[in-house]
Design a protein around this ligand. Structure first.
Ligand SMILES: [Zn+2]
Length: 263
């Protein structure tokens, strides 16, 4: 059996070492889903989730490029699991819109279209404006302190140019807001949308820099701390608007010479 080029170049960013369910820290819903799955099925369910979490984290941290081929055999070797378990994980990732399964060709990291990108941001703006509005009505001082602690971690990651860490923390901020509302459905929905946004940012080269996003998060938390629902909603809307407007939402031109390594 010949090895495909993508299996030689490897699955950048995915390794069992990064398979810690870090996503669970930000999304209790994922944890709940995992526990339910573990209770329902064979121990294989845990292995399936481990692969799903590792691939999702690699996507959120933008270590895995859209269009990357995910070779079943290689994933099986990396995680020491059967191809059946790998296939279950790839099916789950495909339901999450992070992976596309192509008959006879295999699994690839999804490449969201311009339309999909616009729709994802539209849904985020609807959900997240209402989310911060509600949060202003119920937020406690302890929760505000928790948000401020998250902002400190964001700023530190931006400062030390920890690209993977800051990307994850910037995404987690939005999921943390949902979690503070105690709405696990919303937290899970946002975690999924945020992972899709990571792919969108990779596809369309976001020029919105991390420092700017971190500053906008501070302004949102300040409004929440004042229980100013109107300002919080407006700031969230403009934050998501900035992120979306900084995407170059047109298909990237293929440079044939560069693609063939002749440049
Ligand atoms: Zn943000």
């Amino acid at each position: 059996m010949t090895r495909s080029p993508s299996s030689r170049t490897g699955l950048h960013g995915i390794s069992p070492a990064s398979a810690k369910p870090r996503r669970a820290a930000a999304t209790p819903a994922a944890g709940a889903r995992r526990h339910k799955a573990a209770a329902d099925a064979a121990p294989a369910a845990g292995s399936t989730q481990r692969i799903v979490d590792a691939v999702t984290t690699a996507i959120v941290e933008r270590r895995l490029m859209p269009g990357t081929k995910l070779v079943e055999q290689q994933l099986g070797d990396l995680f020491q699991v059967s191809r059946t378990v790998v296939r279950q994980a790839l099916n789950q990732l495909s339901r999450d819109h992070l992976v596309v399964l192509e008959p006879a060709r295999g699994a690839f990291v999804a490449q969201p279209s311009v339309d999909e990108a616009r729709q994802v941001f539209e849904v985020r703006r609807m959900l997240e404006q209402q989310m911060v509005r509600q949060l202003c009505a119920v937020v406690t001082d302890e929760q505000v302190a928790l948000l401020r602690a998250h902002l400190v971690r964001e700023a530190a990651a931006v400062e030390r140019i920890d690209v993977a860490g800051r990307t994850r923390l910037l995404a987690d901020f939005h999921v943390v807001l949902a979690r503070l509302l105690g709405n696990e459905v919303l937290a899970q929905l946002l975690a999924d949308l945020l992972a899709r946004c990571s792919l969108i940012a990779l596809m369309y080269q976001s020029a919105h820099d991390a420092g700017h996003s971190a500053e906008e998060h501070v302004a949102i938390v300040d409004a929440i701390a004042r229980r100013d629902a109107r300002a919080a909603a407006r700031l969230m809307d403009s934050h998501l608007g900035h992120v979306e407007r900084n995407l170059q939402l047109h298909p990237r031109a293929v440079d044939l010479a560069a693609a063939l390594a002749l440049a």
